[in-house]
Design a protein around this ligand. Structure first.
Ligand code: CP3
Length: 366
């Protein structure tokens, strides 16, 4: 209860700005590193904190989100924290029910089936009222981080959220959601626009609450080809970066670096590098040198170790990381995995990854 009094002001001074410097294209002394899903079930303390508690109930409890966000930072010298939450809080804010079913994953009991179902969604979402718990978690965590590292806020991208809202959960083909694109293109655009409007407000409020960088997860880009990505994903991703930055400027707030992670969207690399994002996140299927050539120094790059590389012995992880840093180069680069950590990963191997990034980039930076 006393946390309600914590306000988004007088935050502790930032002690490690390496991640923010790399994201903004400024010189760094070493390569900063963080991991997608760094707060997660691979940590015994995470499993313990979450034990017996509903996932979304945890998301709605700012003190729990703060604790889970800080856990990986107590173990590893990471260069950024990412707020513990989930991308599916947006469909919830639009009025949809979403459950996290153990061993199954996110589940929508009543997904969107036809364009008429769009009428079930709230027309006007009061983001502060519906998602205030996320902003409170961010503000609390900014204070509790004590300026150790910057705090990243995030959102799902419109297409990825649309897939969940129509599929009702995970899907190998996304064929129900893709059916909309081919059969109901206008309704698809209506939904994507509606999501975009909420996401813009949501990300802006996260920065007001204390987020120092933002990542937009287009995790389901891979099931689209270039033509559909260009029509149904890219314009909304661009609009989000443009409008969030414009709103921050209008409100005289400092801008923050924005990262776009469109998983498996190789074909869109040039376009993403020319949108208003500062950083393009890469999955492991893209060659770092080719990515540098194709993005031509316009953006910083983030990624892209195959998460499964962490199953290798620790010295092997070191070798792989060394090669990755040589290929990306040590400037305008944020080391990360190409997707999130899996629950069966060994925390010691995650530590070996983080240490290898620092060891192999220190003294190597020009
Ligand atoms: O540490 C972090 O990265 C921050 C927290 C975070 C979570 N979800 C916590 C979480 C972030 C950034 C997300 C984003 C998210 N959620 C994405 C985009 C990133 C990606 O993986 O592509 C997606 C697609 C989701 C939807 C979602 N939430 C899925 C597919 C799952 C996994 C379900 C399962 O059973 O494995 C979740 C649950 C979830 N979100 C967990 C965590 C730590 C694990 C469930 C738990 O703790 O009980």
């Amino acid at each position: 209860q006393q946390d309600n009094h914590i306000l988004p002001k007088d935050f502790p001074e930032l002690k490690n700005d390496t991640f923010l410097r790399a994201a903004k294209g400024q010189e760094t002394q070493y390569v900063p590193v963080w991991c997608m899903r760094q707060a997660g079930r691979y940590l015994p303390e995470f499993r313990e904190s979450r034990a017996g508690k509903d996932f979304f109930e945890t998301c709605r409890t700012p003190s729990a989100c703060c604790e889970l966000t800080l856990q990986p930072l107590r173990r590893f010298p990471l260069d950024a924290a990412i707020i513990f939450s989930d991308i599916l809080v947006i469909p919830q804010a639009l009025g949809m029910e979403v459950l996290m079913v153990p061993a199954k994953g996110p589940t929508f009991p009543d997904p969107l089936k036809d364009p008429e179902d769009l009428n079930r969604l709230k027309v006007k979402v009061d983001v502060t009222a519906e998602l205030g718990y996320v902003f409170q978690a961010i503000t609390l965590t900014r204070h509790k981080l004590e300026g150790k590292v910057p705090l990243i806020g995030f959102s799902g991208a419109p297409w990825t959220l649309m897939t969940y809202m129509i599929e009702g959960g995970g899907s190998p083909t996304m064929s129900k959601a893709k059916r909309w694109l081919y059969n109901h293109p206008e309704a698809s655009h209506r939904l994507l626009r509606q999501l975009t409007d909420v996401i813009v407000e949501y990300l802006f409020e996260q920065v007001k609450a204390g987020a120092q960088a933002l990542q937009v997860f287009e995790s389901h880009a891979g099931c689209l080809g270039p033509v559909q990505f260009t029509e149904f994903a890219l314009p909304y991703l661009r609009d989000i970066a443009h409008r969030v930055k414009a709103k921050l400027k209008e409100s005289s707030l400092d801008t923050v670096p924005m990262i776009v992670f469109a998983k498996d969207a190789h074909y869109a690399l040039e376009d993403l590098a020319q949108s208003e994002y500062d950083v393009v996140g890469l999955d492991w299927t893209i060659d770092p040198k080719a990515a540098r050539e194709r993005t031509g120094g316009r953006v910083a790059l983030q990624g892209n170790l195959d998460p499964c590389a962490l199953y290798a012995p620790k010295d092997k992880i070191g070798e792989t990381v060394k090669k990755m840093i040589e290929d990306f180069g040590s400037q305008r680069y944020i080391a990360n995995l190409g997707h999130g950590l899996y629950p069966d990963m060994d925390p010691e191997h995650v530590g070996a990854f983080v240490d290898a990034v620092h060891t192999h980039s220190r003294g190597n930076c020009k």
